[in-house]
Design a protein around this ligand. Structure first.
Ligand SMILES: [Zn+2]
Length: 480
């Protein structure tokens, strides 16, 4: 039997992070009452003229640059004609030729562990449609145009992906990049980052692509993975039964985790694209381009190299790089207290989980980078034990209190008073004479047991290193 391989391309829609819509000054915030954020332009009234939002162009160009593509100095908006109840213009304003960006790439890790480059075909701008809302009670469908005219970019890949894992990796990486750049807020549950998947199968090694299905509007990484896996199974079964795969647009039912046919795919010419006569060409000047280029933050690759040089472990690094705003937060703390490893571990084990639990971005937390730096300093100077630090962290995080003040108020500072340590050491040796003898006979490991007893006696307040020294003093063993 012929072995088949999947060929996958993605069309990703990201909502641009602007205050207002693409062609009018209506706000883009989605939480308002239905049909509040609308005007004559975004509801397609006859004679209303669109005016392009310059911020949207900037953000689109920034995305193209960050993805290694070529920003076109002049691009055009076209009308993509089709009928839909939530599309009052009777067309979507999109870009066909030339779009704002051509080419570009994103690198992911392949299954074999090596890097795999996914080529991008293009990036274009377009406006979003409204929404149809079905009112079950009255059995009618209502139209909400708040979203109509919201600016989007569409990022179209070449069909370079070959598994659900690769597609999901690509999307996570793209999402991380665009949110870090603040090109999009990228809230998946709000549909601010969603994608269509094109997928076909072909015999391994064959240059001829099979007939593809397009799965529309997936707004969760998990659904993308499930939809692709389902399509691979469905199309494989068709091939094996010698039945044709039809070119179709399909819908993913996330409850059943399967795709269903929506309609047979329109050909591109069905849309009768033509240049939008109401809008002049979009211009991106070389000056703006240079300014955008300068504003780009360090690339993921350069951050990875920097963190590796600071000695961070791969899993810790991945944490800092995958959470929006985490690396900025980390860098701020690092400027105050330059112990990268300790800061990174505190972020991974305490701070980021707390952010996740309270649905906060690092920059929104009351616990600031300066607090993290202070906490790390107290621990590294031996004033605060790990257990105590971890115990008070949820309070520090919730209140933004100063770590030094809170630890002092709770009497958590480690006891480094020699007299107290000596008393504890003598008591422990008296209570465990057999263990003390074993240690003196050369069983080094027993020392940690004895230190543990001091920690217990002192309820965690003793400085463990000084406690070990006190034991050695009491037992008459000089430090080697
Ligand atoms: Zn409007």
């Amino acid at each position: 039997m012929t072995t088949l391989e999947p060929v996958i391309g993605l069309e990703v829609h990201a909502q641009l992070n602007t205050q207002t819509k693409l062609f009018c000054s209506c706000p883009t915030s989605g939480s308002a009452e239905p049909n509040v954020n609308i005007c004559e332009v975004c509801t397609g009234q006859p004679g209303a003229l669109p005016r392009l939002n310059a911020k949207a162009v900037e953000l689109a160009a920034k995305a193209v640059l960050a993805l290694g593509g070529q920003v076109q100095e002049r691009s055009l908006f076209s009308r993509k004609n089709y009928f839909y109840p939530d599309l009052p213009n009777g067309f979507q304003t999109s870009q066909l030729d030339p779009p704002v960006g051509l080419g570009g790439f994103l690198t992911i890790d392949s299954a074999a562990g090596s890097a795999k480059t996914i080529r991008l075909n293009r990036v274009h701008m377009e406006d979003d449609a409204g929404k149809c809302v079905h009112d079950e009670k009255r059995d009618r469908t209502l139209v909400d145009l708040n979203r109509a005219g919201t600016p989007l970019i569409e990022i179209v890949t070449e069909p370079d992906l070959s598994s659900s894992r690769e597609a999901v990796d690509f999307l996570k990486k793209l999402h991380g990049l665009l949110t870090r750049l603040e090109v999009t807020k990228g809230r998946l549950e709000e549909g601010e980052f969603r994608c269509d998947v094109n997928i076909s199968l072909k015999p391994v090694g064959s240059p001829i692509l099979g007939v593809r299905a397009e799965i529309k509007n997936l707004n969760s990484f998990r659904f993308v993975g499930q939809a692709i896996d389902y399509e691979i199974r469905r199309q494989t079964a068709l091939y094996e039964a010698n039945k044709p795969v039809e070119q179709q647009t399909r819908h993913f039912d996330h409850i059943k985790a399967e795709t269903r046919a929506l309609r047979s795919k329109e050909e591109a010419h069905d849309y009768r694209y033509f240049p939008q006569p109401d809008l002049p060409p979009v211009e991106v000047s070389p000056e703006l381009l240079a300014q955008l280029q300068k504003s780009l933050p360090p690339t993921l690759e350069s951050l990875q190299a920097r963190y590796a040089a600071l000695g961070l472990k791969p899993d810790v690094m991945a944490n800092l790089l995958s959470v929006v705003g985490a690396s900025v937060y980390f860098e701020e703390a690092l400027e105050i207290f330059p112990d990268a490893k300790r800061l990174a571990v505190l972020m991974t084990e305490l701070f980021l989980p707390a952010c996740r639990q309270s649905s906060l971005e690092p920059s929104q937390a009351l616990f600031k980078p300066s607090n993290l730096a202070k906490l790390a300093r107290l621990m590294s100077e031996g004033q605060l034990g790990k257990r105590a630090a971890y115990d008070i962290f949820s309070e520090l995080f919730a209140t933004g209190a100063d770590p030094q003040e809170l630890a002092e108020a709770k009497g958590l500072f480690l006891v480094s008073d020699n007299a107290a340590l000596k008393d504890w050491a003598q008591a422990v040796v008296a209570a465990h004479p057999a263990e003390a003898q074993k240690y003196l006979a050369g069983q080094e490991k027993i020392l940690s047991f004895l230190v543990g007893q001091i920690m217990r006696q002192s309820r965690g307040a003793a400085d463990p290193q000084l406690a070990a020294q006190a034991l050695k003093d009491v037992l008459g063993v000089s430090a080697a």
